[in-house]
Design a protein around this ligand. Structure first.
Ligand code: MN
Length: 252
């Protein structure tokens, strides 16, 4: 029976987490560790200079006070699982997509990255829908479970972790599963300036309407066309193609 370490970045109360937890429990033991609140966009940060406390929600289910998704992976693996590697680290289901360059901000994807860094096969799951209210996480979880089953059966190369985005459709209406590459977003973020009751300015960074370069084969292209997008990622950020162009930086 496999053991899963399940984390997210939306908080322990999130519907996406609950749906994935229920689905994974059909396959094995699920140890769930999640932040005590929504930390979407927190990326890969680890808490080095503050104490972390875990609160038991129920059997094998903990909330970490002030903990990031990467903290949750650490506490789950090192404390709750006593450094026994789970078969899979699973992050999500994120309440919204993680596509293109946005994955660099994603706490969900970073949860999977942290699992990979600890030497454990890892998968991040996100749901793509018009808005959060319209997403049926139980349907999305069915597609996630398919990916999990196949990964457990076949295994993955050591340097890979997966970023999976599932379109919010009834499972039967999903067109299929596609391996994709990371897409490109047409950025349009704005900084809004407001004033507090004392007249002091404050700022709010918000994503406005944005577009995508929807090239075939990208993550974005897959989900808008009704496919589950599976992007293989790696921790190594080296741009190998740049080596030749940058030889001038080296001393002879
Ligand atoms: Mn999130």
């Amino acid at each position: 029976m496999p053991t899963f370490l399940l984390v997210n970045d939306d908080g322990y109360f999130s519907q996406g987490l609950q749906a994935l937890r229920s689905a994974l429990r059909k396959l094995g033991r699920v140890v769930t560790v999640a932040p005590d609140r929504n930390l979407s966009g927190v990326g890969h940060s680890l808490t080095f200079n503050a104490p972390l406390r875990m609160r038991r929600v129920e059997e094998d289910f903990y909330a970490v006070i002030d903990g990031t998704p990467a903290d949750c992976v650490h506490l789950g693996y090192r404390v709750l699982l006593n450094e026994q590697k789970p078969d899979l680290v699973v992050a999500g289901i994120n309440e919204g997509p993680n596509l293109g360059e946005d994955i660099t901000y994603s706490g969900t994807v970073s949860g999977a990255m942290e699992g990979r860094l600890l030497g454990i096969p890892s998968v991040a799951f996100s749901a793509f829908g018009k808005d959060r209210e319209s997403i049926d996480f139980n349907e999305v979880a069915k597609a996630c479970l398919e990916v999990v089953k196949r990964v457990l059966r076949e295994g993955m190369p050591d340097d890979v972790y997966l970023n999976v985005n599932v379109p919010s459709l009834p499972f039967e209406e999903i067109k299929g599963f596609k391996l994709t590459r990371q897409g490109k977003r047409a950025y349009k973020e704005r900084v809004f300036r407001y004033h507090d009751p004392y007249g002091k300015p404050f700022y709010w960074i918000a994503a406005e309407e944005f577009g995508w370069h929807a090239e075939e084969g990208t993550d974005y292209w897959a989900v808008v066309n009704g496919f589950v997008s599976i992007t293989p990622l790696q921790v190594d950020l080296t741009n190998y193609r740049a080596f030749n162009a940058l030889r001038f930086l080296e001393t002879p």
